[in-house]
Write a protein that binds this ligand. Structure first.
Ligand SMILES: Cc1cc2nc3c(=O)[nH]c(=O)nc-3n(C[C@H](O)[C@H](O)[C@H](O)COP(=O)(O)OP(=O)(O)OC[C@H]3O[C@@H](n4cnc5c(N)ncnc54)[C@H](O)[C@@H]3O)c2cc1C
Length: 523
């Protein structure tokens, strides 16, 4: 079979991949594209997770795409509604037919001679491998492994009499009505599951080793409701989006600058919603500062309500072992359980597990430095979408998509075929901060596998939408990159593997190619 060639090959048909393709359709209608998707359905996270109550914890006015208003009543949406929103977007922009389902991208090899990538995918139905070629490769593959959630090994697991379920692999039809459930974990998934299961379970215990910050948000946004009644969707949506951006970034900044003040606010808010005498300092007061790890948001305080109603409780302690009847803690306490849910997290995975090679040289991700949080030093014509960890993922995904469209237009306008980030010399790369700089367990477990970030822009990721809007939508396109043509050989650089320039040096284009002409020309 002839190898299919497209201008842009996207890996992943989740929120980011469909958004990326929609941006290309909107801004660059002549650009050919295809999407490789390992699964049989689109939607990524919002199709994979099927546990009770699965929902967003950010508001949909910022988790939705900037170009497609979120019109449903609830600001915090359930998983199926988000999946439908992604699927409707794909339909609206005619992207469905561009998706190659059951194609897992395994390896991508760049040829400077041809200025193109060859991407080898494996069909998940037949096992056969298929090659695609593209001029620009865009990883929209999320940030975690799909085949396996993170599950620590618990002593005695084989003795436990009931099912042990991981939320990433929820068995269809699991009947928990009238059963005693223990949910192990304290993150976003645990705080979602506990009130949802408590509606019909006999009792749900959230068993956590250490607490998280948990705070209530309204599931409906009264200001959004008001604006949507008075204004057309097209006008109301950006207003609400900006209101939420400003509100969440103010909360984040306050948390970072005045952590003690924020801790006391969160504590007081929790006390208000919990029964008198509840031990807030044991169960809701982490040792870390707010936003060292993601804050857990609970719509309309549903977790607090389930605890107040006596349908759910929280135990903070260490597991000694599982027993036939439940869980034994190191404190000696026994937690009776019919079902154990291990909401213990994800296994991080960068660029969907794909390996990259540039002109025959394998790229090790921890030796690369992320450029503007969306390209990698030394890797030509490649982008990756990684959303914010302190705000809605899509805010960043949209910025990356608009930037890629600007960059492609710039290449066309200037007659270039390649663009490669060239990092300054930052010393030992593995000592630099990782691209995802959270202290959450799932990040710390996989830190050695991630691309790095440098000390300042364009190599530093600020997790700051307002700053990124300036950098990505209006900022220069030519800082820290070299442009070139096919056949020019790979970008020149000093001792470090072909992606480093001395600090302050003007990058030199391959084969003497001109560098740095007219940033922002395509905006
Ligand atoms: C339970 C849960 C709740 C969340 N809630 C929020 C929230 O409220 N707000 C927020 O901002 N973020 C949230 N997130 C983060 C969430 O993942 C993002 O919001 C967003 O869905 C990511 O979209 P994505 O398309 O980048 O990645 P994904 O949704 O992970 O989709 C990636 C797609 O790429 C495919 N893929 C991966 N590797 C390959 C490969 N090698 N070849 C082919 N296909 C591949 C996958 O099959 C998948 O379809 C949540 C995450 C989880 C797990």
């Amino acid at each position: 079979m002839a190898t299919e060639h497209v201008d842009v090959l996207i890996v992943g048909a989740g929120l980011s991949g469909i958004g990326a393709a929609a941006h290309l359709r909107r801004d660059r209608p002549g650009t050919s594209l295809a999407i490789l998707e390992a699964r049989t359905a689109l939607g990524g996270t919002w199709d994979l997770f099927r546990y009770p109550g699965v929902r967003s914890d950010s508001d949909m006015f910022t988790l939705g795409y900037w170009f497609r208003p979120w019109t449903a009543a609830k600001a915090v949406a359930d998983g199926p509604s988000i999946r439908d929103y992604v699927a409707d977007t794909a339909r609206q922009y005619g992207i469905d037919s561009a998706i190659r389902f059951q194609h897992r991208a395994l390896r991508a090899q760049w040829s400077s001679q041809q200025a193109r990538w060859t991407v080898t995918a494996q069909r998940t139905d037949t096992g056969e491998t298929v090659d695609f070629t593209c001029s620009f490769l865009w990883a929209c593959s999320g940030y975690y492994r799909y085949d396996e959630g993170y599950s620590p090994v618990f002593a005695g697991a084989e003795d436990f009499g009931g099912p042990i379920v991981h939320p990433q692999h929820w068995p269809a039809g699991l009947d928990y009505a009238g059963r005693r459930v223990v949910v192990i974990g304290s993150g976003a998934t645990a705080v979602t599951l506990v009130p949802a299961m408590a509606a019909t379970a006999a009792h749900v215990t959230m068993l956590q080793r250490s607490p998280s910050y948990v705070t209530a948000i309204p599931s409906r946004d009264p200001i959004a409701d008001l604006l949507r009644r008075r204004l057309p969707q097209r006008a109301a949506y950006p207003l609400v989006r900006w209101k939420n951006v400003l509100l969440t970034s103010a909360m984040y900044q306050l948390s970072r600058r005045r952590p003690e003040f924020m801790k006391s606010l969160l504590r007081k808010a929790a006390i208000k919603q919990l029964p008198a005498g509840f031990d807030v300092d044991t169960h809701f007061a982490p040792a870390y500062d707010p936003w060292d790890q993601r804050l857990c948001l609970v719509p309309d305080g549903d977790l607090f309500k389930a605890i107040t109603a006596g349908r759910a409780s929280i135990v903070t302690g260490q597991i000694e072992r599982l027993t036939a009847a439940g869980i034994q803690l190191t404190s000696g306490e026994q937690l009776p359980a019919d079902i154990v849910v291990t909401a213990t997290g994800l296994n991080l995975l960068a660029i969907g597990g794909m390996t990259l090679a540039v002109d025959g040289r394998d790229i090790r991700l921890p030796e690369t430095i992320a450029y503007k949080g969306m390209m990698l030093s030394g890797v030509p014509n490649f982008a990756l979408t990684v959303g914010y960890t302190n705000a809605s993922w899509t805010l960043k995904a949209d910025l990356v998509a608009r930037y890629v469209c600007r960059l492609l237009a710039f290449l066309d306008a200037q007659g270039y075929q390649t663009v490669t980030p060239v990092a300054p010399d930052l010393g030992d790369r593995e000592r630099l901060a990782p691209l995802i700089d959270l202290k959450s367990g799932y990040v710390l477990r996989s830190i050695g596998l991630l691309p790095r970030q440098g000390p300042q822009a364009p190599w530093r990721l600020y997790q700051n939408y307002l700053r990124d809007v300036r950098l990505m939508r209006r900022g220069r396109l030519d800082d820290g990159v070299v442009f070139g043509h096919a056949g020019a050989g790979r970008p020149a650089g000093p001792s470090r593997p072909h992606d480093t320039a001395p600090v302050g040096a003007a990058p030199v284009g391959p084969g003497g190619g001109v560098v740095g002409a007219g940033g922002g020309a395509a905006d």
